[in-house]
Design a protein around this ligand. Structure first.
Ligand SMILES: Cc1cc2nc3c(=O)[nH]c(=O)nc-3n(C[C@H](O)[C@H](O)[C@H](O)COP(=O)(O)OP(=O)(O)OC[C@H]3O[C@@H](n4cnc5c(N)ncnc54)[C@H](O)[C@@H]3O)c2cc1C
Length: 450
């Protein structure tokens, strides 16, 4: 869509057929902001309603999605029912929005991706589906892409085909694993009749800052974690990422739940509505992400783990950068810089997730690391919303600094006992860390509908 707005002729090639299932569903404040910035800059106004729950519901109630008010974590001891304690030592609730209207969403990808493709077609992108590309040839000043019974010649190819995707295979690229990253598998599907955690007995250690199920719910246990994302069409996305072997579909899922009695209770009436999908190796990084006449989106260059929903912001940041490079006619120095930044961002995110995995048994340490992520992400969002993008030029910028220096959301306050509401007062009190005045913060909070 951006390429069309820049006057290019564009062909979009898809091996499947919409609407189709895709994993990667949960957005974040930063992801939504990046999408909004892209939509405004390239006049893709039709995408703007999808950047907030309220506008999404008003403009497109027919596109299923989920309400995401924050990040909910429960820590489980194997074989033991989850029990709240007063100090909330085994739960972490981090609000991402103060109310539903400006909340984030879980994208029901079958509907959302279909909408995106129809919008692309409306802008005269040529869309060819049920066509799998498997080879690439560079000829002088053009690149030829082919699959069985299909061939097209282009000036440039952007590979958006996901991890271990088209160009990785067609160019015979190598994999370069992230350092010290655990070998994880994932098993996931969509269910109906998943109970709300809040409806289970003993579900919380206190008054939560948002309904705990209207969130990305994470159940943490020693060798992995389970995500639960509820959509507004009765479907719930759930899956496990783990160092265990979970290749046996429903049987593996049942085994994982057996060791987590409270999660088992949440799923006791749940029915999968699709087959289970198994990923034998979740983390991935290719050795090259650009070349003459080609570039991969970050989501094709690497993939880490669903933990903390880093996929969309990484990808959207990459989309914004590639768009600027397209404006400069794919200048090769800029492409090499894009590759450097893409790998650096993927590595920073992988390092964060690896640290979280190493603390799955010690939830207090897990929370310390997670709070650094929330501090870095909220700092970047605030800086960009306050027109100070130079303060957060890349993903997870500042995460290696002491949390006090980047915390603008009251995330470093132990008195909150693992329960963090989203409050404008915190941003106002910390405005000096962003180099802005209280008035500027108040103005921005008003503009975004806080
Ligand atoms: C288990 C899991 C959970 C995740 N959860 C989250 C999350 O909650 N939040 C988040 O931000 N990120 C998440 N991610 C990351 C997220 O999935 C990606 O960032 C996101 O899907 C990227 O979107 P995409 O359209 O670039 O790629 P994809 O969704 O991978 O889509 C690639 C498309 O390319 C097509 N294709 C592939 N090969 C070819 C070919 N050879 N020829 C033609 N077409 C081809 C495919 O059919 C597909 O339609 C998760 C990842 C995993 C593995």
């Amino acid at each position: 869509m951006i390429a069309r707005q820049l006057g290019r002729s564009v062909i979009l090639i898809e091996r499947g057929r919409h609407p189709r299932f895709a994993i990667g569903e949960s957005s974040t404040p930063l992801a939504n902001l990046l999408l909004e910035e892209i939509a405004r800059k390239y006049r893709l106004h039709a995408l703007l309603p999808l950047t907030k729950w309220g506008t999404w519901q008003a403009a497109h109630p027919e596109i299923a999605c989920g309400l995401k008010r924050g990040f909910t974590f429960y820590h489980h001891e194997p074989g033991q029912p989850w029990k709240p304690d007063e100090r909330r030592s085994n739960e972490l609730l981090v609000a991402a929005s103060p109310h539903d209207r400006i909340a984030d969403t879980h994208w029901y990808r079958a509907d959302t991706d279909h909408f995106f493709v129809r919008e692309a077609q409306r802008l005269a992108v040529e869309f060819v589906d049920q066509t799998e590309l498997n080879s690439v040839h560079f000829r002088g000043d053009a690149v030829q892409l082919s699959g069985p019974d299909f061939s097209v010649t282009a000036n440039f190819v952007v590979d958006a085909s996901g991890p271990r995707g088209f160009l990785y295979r067609a160019l015979g690229l190598q994999e370069q694993p992230f350092q010290d990253f655990p070998a994880t598998q994932a098993l996931y599907t969509h269910f109906k009749d998943v109970k709300r955690w809040a409806d289970l007995p003993r579900c919380s250690g206190g008054e939560p800052p948002y309904p705990v199920d209207d969130a990305a719910m994470h159940h943490i246990f020693p060798d992995g974690w389970i995500w639960v994302l509820r959509f507004n069409n009765g479907i719930t996305s759930a899956g496990v990422a783990t160092t265990r072997d979970v290749r046996d579909g429903a049987k593996s899922w049942t085994e994982v739940l057996k060791s987590l009695p409270s999660v088992q209770q949440q799923f006791e009436r749940a029915q999968p509505v699709l087959p289970f999908f198994h990923l034998p190796s979740v983390a991935f990084r290719t050795i090259r992400a650009v070349g003459p006449r080609w570039a991969m989106l970050p989501s094709a260059a690497g993939s880490i783990d669903p933990l903390l929903s880093t996929g969309f912001p990484l990808t959207l940041w990459g989309v914004a950068r590639l768009a600027r490079i397209m404006e400069q006619n794919w200048e090769s120095k800029a492409l090499r810089e894009y590759e450097r930044v893409t790998f650096a961002e993927l590595e920073r995110a992988a390092n964060l997730v690896a640290q979280l995995y190493s603390h799955f048994e010690q939830f207090d340490k897990f929370c310390d690391v997670a709070m650094k992520y929330f501090a870095a992400a909220s700092y970047a969002e605030a800086a960009r919303r306050l027109n100070r993008p130079e303060k957060a030029p890349f993903f997870l910028c500042g995460i290696d600094q002491p949390i006090e220096s980047i915390d603008v959301a009251g995330l470093n306050d132990p008195a909150r006992r693992n329960c963090y509401p989203c409050r404008g007062e915190d941003l106002i009190a910390n405005c000096w860390k962003l180099g802005v005045s209280e008035e500027e913060v108040r103005g921005m909070l008003g503009r975004v509908g806080f």
